[in-house]
Design a protein around this ligand. Sequence first.
Ligand SMILES: [Zn+2]
Length: 319
Amino acid sequence: MSFGEIIGNNRNIAILQRVVSSGRIAHAYLFIGPEGVGKKKSAEAFIAALFCGNNDACGNCSSCRKLAAGSHPDLHLLVPDGQFIKIDQVRELQRELAYRPYEAPRKACIIDGADKLNQSSGNALLKTLEEPPGNALMILLATTADSVLPTIRSRCQQLLFSGIPTEEIEEFLMGRGTPAETAQVAASLADGSITKGLALCNVDIMAQRSAIISAACGLRRQEIANLFTLGEMFDKDREKADQAMELLASFWRDLLLLRSGSGQMVNRDLLTMLQEEAARRSERTILENIEQLGRTRGAIKRNANVRLALDVLSMKLAT
Ligand SMILES: [Zn+2]
């Protein structure tokens, strides 16, 4: 991973590059920001540049190749074991960091889940954060500042990461060969997260998008049989059902936007369908439908019976 490959958060990347070129490296950094905005990739690029000995990872040397393969003996990754990072994991990391580096200028670790340290594992880590053995570099990742123990936070240099602009995600997805329409919708639904945008493109849910939306728009109270279409499509797959709800919510939000005269719709490629649906629903119905979609999504996330939740939703969406 090189700095050049990271999308968004340019200011942080510039800071890290300056740190590398100046050689004034702190013991511990804390990268804070939502999921999927490049915190871990930035940490990897930072470490790769330091290990490589260039201002940015060259990608060709033995160090860069081992890092890319995830097999560098001097980089240690710590992730929660279950809900928390446990004290034994921290002790194991401390033992690893105490060894002399095999080939890199220093040992390094990424703690992916600084917000998952509990009181005992957090306390165990404190001393190491102040004075890592052998000049080891520690990079902690967390989604919010509040979720990290204040004693940990105060011992780290903090960098705040923010969501990636939709256009940049769209461009990135298209650069990977995603068709423009899919990239546009996935980027709009990605909430600033490259990871989420990629996940949306990788699942076949996007290929089913217009079928899902057509099915929801085609629901009629008089036609009992088709009221179960959505339930039949997704009753076996909770995650897909959740993604389908997100797609539907984006379409329904577009209906509102269209009625208010805005052209900023996500599903612009389905304009004819949007116009027809916006014309035959009142704004109030659209708002109620959006609320119902949110409730259904919440129920699905909370482990409700997917089939039942979708059948109830279908009855509410039916016109
Ligand atoms: Zn290299």
